[in-house]
Design a protein around this ligand. Structure first.
Ligand code: MRU
Length: 341
């Protein structure tokens, strides 16, 4: 099934619970905005494009769950739920993008029924478009890979970070579909291990060869010539930087030092070119994520912890950005990215 979807028979959101992978594959249901927000905060659903779909479906869910009988009171309920959803995670721009796009779609609704159907139609369109755009992005990116290449990636920018197919892993899937023998090195991605838990799992499901390393091994493998290119996803792309999972910036510096191309694969919905790095909030997560590995304590409970979920990679380290509209080299100009087909 898709990472996140709408269940028409129950009018609720269904999603793969990514916190349980790889040990357990379980599909959960969100019937309320509270349960959706809990799922986003705890990373049951995660990854920028999947959060875009969660935002859209969240607006629809709020419209279906509200008991309001008048248009105005329903719109009030939907607006308040939308603000709650957007506040769950601040860095990935796709979340607010998905919410706002769906809110825009209900502006012309004349009654309660129309709010519900317009919101749901838009949310489903966002989800369907995500898959389409990832496949287009994958085709563009695949042209950058040679038969026999090994690609290093960080975090999970695969089908589980999207509605389906994936961005960084979508490029790899597309290249393999073209018959190229591509292998992957997956960094484990401390502290929540999206690389070791999710990227390796989904690649192995698709029988794509993958080797797991710790984040701190990336310098060693690049120095040894074991990596032909690095491909990562993005949570937000401002005019001057790419925000992605913590550790990405370090890999980009090492890649530049060793002349390894550093590619960012992201749909246009991840661009926030109106803004600059300094204006963006980087999510700080719970210190417990560093003090415990699962249930096992790995640091003194009283230690000070700094746990940013993302970092910013300045554009000078980015070789190219792969989007559904093509591959762009620096300098990255928004008009070109948006308009080129
Ligand atoms: O905290 P997460 O797991 O939501 O972080 C996800 C990432 O950093 C991904 O690399 C990014 O969202 C791109 S997903 C296509």
């Amino acid at each position: 099934m898709r990472t996140i979807d709408w269940n028409d028979s129950k009018n609720n959101i269904v999603m793969i619970d990514q916190t349980l992978l790889p040990g357990e594959y379980k599909v959960i249901e969100c019937n309320t905005i509270d349960s959706l927000c809990e799922a986003i905060k705890t990373l049951r659903v995660r990854g920028a494009p999947a959060l875009g779909a969660a935002g859209g479906f969240g607006v629809a869910l709020s419209a279906f769950r509200s008991n309001a009988s008048t248009l105005d009171s329903l719109l009030g309920d939907v607006e308040s739920a939308s603000n709650t959803i957007i506040a769950t995670r601040p860095t990935a721009v796709n979340l607010s993008w998905g919410v706002n796009r769906t809110l825009k779609a209900i502006e012309d609704a004349n009654n309660v029924k129309e709010v519900r159907s317009f919101a749901l139609d838009e949310a489903k369109t966002i989800a369907n478009e995500d898959v389409e755009k990832n496949m287009q992005l994958g085709e563009h990116g695949a042209a950058l890979l040679e038969d026999g290449d090994t690609v290093m990636t960080h975090c999970n920018a695969g089908r589980l970070a999207c509605v389906d197919w994936g961005t960084a892993l979508g490029v790899i899937r597309s290249a393999r579909a073209q018959g190229k023998d591509i292998k992957v090195i997956s960094c484990e991605t401390r502290p929540l291990n999206q690389g070791s838990r999710i990227t390796t799992w989904e690649l192995m499901e698709d029988k794509i060869p993958v080797t797991l390393i710790t984040d701190s091994m990336s310098g060693h493998v690049m120095r040894k010539g074991m990596v032909d290119s690095v491909i990562v996803g993005a949570d937000r792309i401002t005019q001057d930087a790419v925000f992605n999972k913590i550790g990405t910036y370090t890999h980009s510096i090492i890649a530049k030092e060793h002349n390894v191309p550093f590619y960012v694969a992201a749909p246009v919905s991840t661009f926030d070119f109106e803004r600059f790095e300094d204006e963006i909030e980087i999510e700080l997560r719970n210190p417990e994520e560093l003090k415990f590995f699962g249930k096992h304590q790995i640091a003194p409970l009283g230690v000070n912890v700094y746990n940013p979920a993302f970092d910013a990679t300045p554009m000078e380290y980015v070789t190219a950005i792969i989007t559904e509209n093509g591959v762009f080299n620096p300098p990255f100009l928004l008009d070109e990215v948006k308009l080129r087909r």
